[in-house]
Design a protein around this ligand. Sequence first.
Ligand code: ZN
Length: 358
Amino acid sequence: MRIVSPLLKNLVYPLLSEGGVFHRTSASGIAIVTYHGVVPPGYELVDAAFDGNLVSADMLRRQLRLLKAHYDVIAPEDFLAWRQIEQKLPRRAVLLTCDDGLLNCLTDMLPVLQDENVKCLFFVTGASAEQSRSMLWYEELFLMLLKGPAGPLEVSSEGISVGGTLDRRDQRQAVWWDLVKRLSQLDATRRASFIYSLRDRFWANADPAFGDPSSPTCRRYGLLTCSEVRQLISAGMSIGSHTLSHPMLSQLPPGVAYEEVAESRTRLEVAFNKRVWAFAYPFGDPQSVTSRVLAMPQEAGYQAALLNFGGGLGSALPPYSLPRIHVTAAMSLSELEAHVSGFYTRLRLHGRRSTPEQ
Ligand SMILES: [Zn+2]
């Protein structure tokens, strides 16, 4: 049986949600959800997919209220105690996480979390152990390629040569994703040098990350500085590692990948005087990890490592490849609940069993 996704989204999920079917299912366990921040007021979206990882403050509030009403939102410390001493958790536990450490985590997401009295595990990069503001390299690259002049593109730097055409948006996106993978093969210094070589041609304006921290652009793209991360910690939030520089770990030589995993933990622990026990794989999709990469967080002393796909109650919970539900702006309340309740995963498993060609 092949079920068309829009039918699920627009008809089946809302009906099941309204009927209370999702939160009456017998599935138990832990559902871990991934946010990437909240769209700051006044920010104009540049691309639906690119900005689609961030949700509105209003949607976040509605999602949290739904999760609180029908599930048990646990604190990250409870999750750690479950991992370490097998402390019992509620039967239908939900853990909130948020990746990347954008400034809006503090300015726009934290107030909602505080209003709703829930805790979140924020995964930040080594850049947030510094006092100066920076931005994610692959976001800067996207903006450059999106806003750069149309026509042929030829760039050669740091041993990476790129050719392509930037006439249409899909061409720009294709060049961007190819570059994300190829630049992940470089260490952070050489990657930064490559991007610097593009700036003259593609970035006429000032870097948005260095603007006024109250501006929507800075809140959207700027990464938290170390004093801002301290404010999150003071507010009762937890911090995990998301590597030093957010590469696609599967593309890096193993030694450099391991340094991204292990050194980020050390750097964050020193900067914040807090134990860093959780790790989230950058990008977190199947192509961003290998079996060698999946072994690294345990070797580096973490207690848990999280992917960014799968998830929901009833899912298997391997401690170093924990599945997570990736929340996007396009996800409705009922769709979120289909994922959290484990309904979506069970449906997929059933679909796979009954359609061997998929
Ligand atoms: Zn990330």
